[in-house]
Design a protein around this ligand. Structure first.
Ligand code: NCD
Length: 360
């Protein structure tokens, strides 16, 4: 058996104080020249930024339809390199970021687990990240620890060679780029119905530890007339920080365990799985919570325009036979992630204008 050294972690002066501040007071720390620089929290995105990214993603996918368009895209950022540091399992977020980089011509390096990095020798995750900044122009990270991306961006921003950090999921805390692709998906699914404004959205499953629903809830403040339905088993109810945020922003929400009663009301249903990896009480994990699954028979209970979303991976939450229904939007949602992440990277490296110019 291989033996691994204990990870060493030292104190960063000022970090604990910074971390404890309300998010609104921290947003400027992740900007440069008045623009978003690091992507850490969903709260960084306002309506005009969201609309801008959705539009840019549409243009990129339009260009990518032809070989000559793909060539143009690939010549936008061939001089940039990205690091994918994914030390928590990932399929979609990893692949969609990697392919978004490829679309724009960036070269990509990757670490997909601490067992193959010098963290085995006891190097701290912070030193590991500082090392990437010696080689690349952007770091995309996924980590099991809440606040990890925030800390690395904060540490890097105090060095002589900061590079943008993109949070690809930080423990049970936030997943801002997933929220971005969820918004893009909802806007597209409702493009013939006036977009996401004035819609009723149900979020179902493990709302307590699901970072996707947490980040998406924050973004709802950018849309008018939205109403939320949180459908979760008692033990996995949405945490109070999100509920307080919604109250502050006067976004109505309802909590229930009765999924079937919400089905006919919802314009979109966002399904999630139980997040067993963050288990605190094993007795909550032995169950599959079938009352919070979407089955074939439920298709007759939802509205004709209702969009069914899921960040994936799926376990039992949605029966595979539902996939054939045109309202099942999760495979489209998955692909949307690649385009909107390409849009985000184009924004970060300021090649947005080159893309817009192709359409002028
Ligand atoms: C989600 C995640 O990792 O938080 N997956 C994803 O990024 N598409 C959802 C999940 O794992 O349940």
């Amino acid at each position: 058996m291989e033996r691994y050294a204990e990870q060493t972690r030292q104190q960063f002066e000022g970090w604990e104080e910074f971390y404890s501040r309300p998010i609104d007071e921290k947003l400027d720390a992740f900007k440069q020249n008045g623009r978003i620089y690091d992507i850490i929290f969903a709260q960084q995105f306002d309506r005009s930024f969201l609309d801008r990214m959705c539009n840019l993603a549409d243009l990129i996918r339009q260009l990518a339809k032809t070989k000559s368009g793909q060539f143009k895209l690939r010549h936008l950022l061939p001089h940039k390199r990205a690091m994918l540091y994914f030390v928590q399992p990932s399929t979609r977020t990893f692949l969609s970021f990697q392919n978004a980089c490829h679309i724009l011509g960036l070269s990509v390096s990757e670490i997909r687990g601490t067992s193959t990095s010098s963290e085995v020798k006891g190097e701290s995750p912070e030193d590991t990240i500082l090392t990437f900044a010696s080689y690349v122009n952007m770091i995309i990270s996924r980590h099991h620890e809440a606040g990890f991306a925030e800390k690395t961006a904060w540490v890097l921003n105090q060095t002589h060679r900061p590079v943008p950090v993109l949070n690809g999921g930080s423990g049970p805390d936030q997943h801002p780029t997933q929220a971005l692709l969820d918004i893009y998906t909802l806007e597209r699914e409702f493009s013939h119905l006036g977009g996401l404004d004035n819609k009723k959205i149900a979020m179902v499953g493990d709302l307590r530890r699901g970072r996707t629903v947490r980040s998406l809830s924050y973004l709802m403040k950018n849309y008018s007339g939205v109403e939320l339905f949180f459908v979760a088993p008692e033990v996995f109810r949405m945490k109070s920080d999100i509920k307080e945020f919604l109250e502050r922003h006067r976004i109505p929400y309802h909590e229930t365990e009765d999924f079937e009663s919400v089905m006919p009301l919802a314009d979109a249903i966002y399904m999630t799985r139980i997040q067993n990896e963050y288990s605190e009480d094993p007795s909550h994990e032995s169950e599959t919570y079938p009352a919070f699954h979407f089955k074939q028979q439920h298709l007759s209970k939802i509205q004709a325009h209702c969009a069914l979303l899921h960040p994936l991976p799926r376990r039992y939450e949605i029966e595979v036979s539902v996939d054939k229904d045109p309202r099942a939007a999760y495979w489209r949602q998955e692909r949307n992630g690649m385009w909107i992440r390409a849009a985000l990277i184009a924004y970060i490296f300021r090649v947005e204008k080159e893309i817009l110019d192709e359409f002028s």
